[in-house]
Write a protein of this length. Structure first.
Length: 129
């Protein structure tokens, strides 16, 4: 019996998803930093993948967007006092989330998907570059 390949999306789709997710996380962080108790809308990752022409987009550009978004958010986050990480927003599905919660979710989300990409590449016999 063949061992199933992890994940239901091709790696290319995962990379585009990560860029969209990082944009969403960055937007939530910025709102919490700049606004008082802002609304933090959820988004449907499957609809994004289905309707935003992921197959025609560049994975290299998506990786650059992830790098730039994270670099910019790091600069912003490093300027904040510790108390700012307790500022809340209201997620449309999860309810109250602090800046700390959103930062931790963004870190965990990337790590989660990178793990699946590494597993998938290993199962396919492809090296990690």
């Amino acid at each position: 019996m063949a061992v199933p390949i992890p994940g239901r999306w091709p790696t290319h789709t995962v990379v585009l998803h990560l860029a969209d997710a990082d944009a969403a996380f960055a937007d939530r962080m910025r709102r919490i930093i700049a606004e008082d108790d802002p609304a933090l809308p959820a988004w449907d990752e499957n609809r994004f993948a289905e309707h935003l022409f992921y197959a025609e987009q560049s994975a290299q550009d998506a990786l650059a967007l992830i790098e730039l978004t994270r670099r910019q958010m790091t600069r912003i986050l490093h300027q904040l006092p510790d108390a700012a990480f307790d500022r809340p927003g209201q997620h449309s599905v999860r309810g109250r989330q602090t800046l700390r919660d959103v930062v931790q979710a963004a870190i965990g989300h990337l790590d989660h998907h990178l793990n699946f990409i590494h597993q998938k590449r290993a199962k396919l016999g492809k090296p990690i570059r």
